[in-house]
Design a protein around this ligand. Structure first.
Ligand code: GAR
Length: 213
């Protein structure tokens, strides 16, 4: 898809609700970006249908059908680069990428993670937060580096953990915030307001991370 705005490749493994939120923000002109390709690493990802319904170009690269990670990542890189994407957006992409891959897209790859990093990296964050009795939880948008869930943070959103919360109720509250903060950060990048220098992030020259609310 050609047109004005920052070209995004959005990588998904599942539902694709963040992908859809970003697509809607682009279509509404809220952010100066456009999705040039959605790439799924699983044939069964529900987000594939959603992306097609939104009129987006979708490519499925089933990771399990490649001989090894190197072959999968080579195909992924070829697809991203062929799409003309300027920013790679991991949106529920549940696959650990090699240091070679993350280095290739250094400063040009974002991830969203369902916790207030550096707390609770990795999987099953909602379960772990509930089990630990935390009173606060949230989501983080960060640049991707070779270290899992540890790259420079751009924006976080906090949500309360409420009495009686379940994984479903808590994850729904977190996802609602994800759908706000992910387009926000992409918009900052599209507008040239966000700079990564020496491993530190700045928005309009002021140090990040920022936190909502
Ligand atoms: C999101 O909550 C995202 O934070 C999480 O997966 C979900 C995907 O939802 N990502 C991770 O856990 C990455 N380690 P979606 O497919 O509806 O956007």
């Amino acid at each position: 898809m050609s047109g004005p705005g920052l070209a995004l490749a959005v990588l998904i493994s599942g539902r694709g609700s963040n992908m859809a939120a970003i697509a809607r923000a682009c279509a509404a002109g809220q952010i100066g970006a456009r999705i040039v390709r959605v790439i799924a690493d699983r044939r069964g990802a529900a987000g594939i249908v959603l992306a097609a319904e939104l009129g987006l170009e979708v490519e499925v690269l089933p990771a399990g059908e490649f001989p090894d990670r190197a072959a999968f990542e080579a195909a992924l890189r070829a697809s991203i680069d062929e799409s003309g994407a300027q920013l790679v957006v991991l949106a529920g992409f549940m696959r650990i990428l090699s240091p070679q891959f993350t280095a290739h897209y250094a400063g040009a790859m974002l991830n969203i993670h369902p916790s207030l990093l550096p707390g609770y990296p990795g999987l099953h964050t909602h379960e772990r937060v509930l089990k630990a009795g935390e009173r606060e939880h949230g989501a983080t948008v960060h640049f991707v580096t070779s270290e899992l869930d540890a790259g420079p943070v751009a924006l976080q959103a906090r949500v309360p953990v409420l009495p009686g919360d379940t994984v479903a109720s808590l994850s729904a509250r977190v996802q609602q915030q994800e759908h706000i903060i992910y387009p926000q950060v992409i918009g900052w990048i599209a507008d040239g307001r966000l700079r990564l220098s020496g491993g530190r992030l700045e928005l309009d020259g002021r140090p990040l991370p920022a936190t909502l609310p």
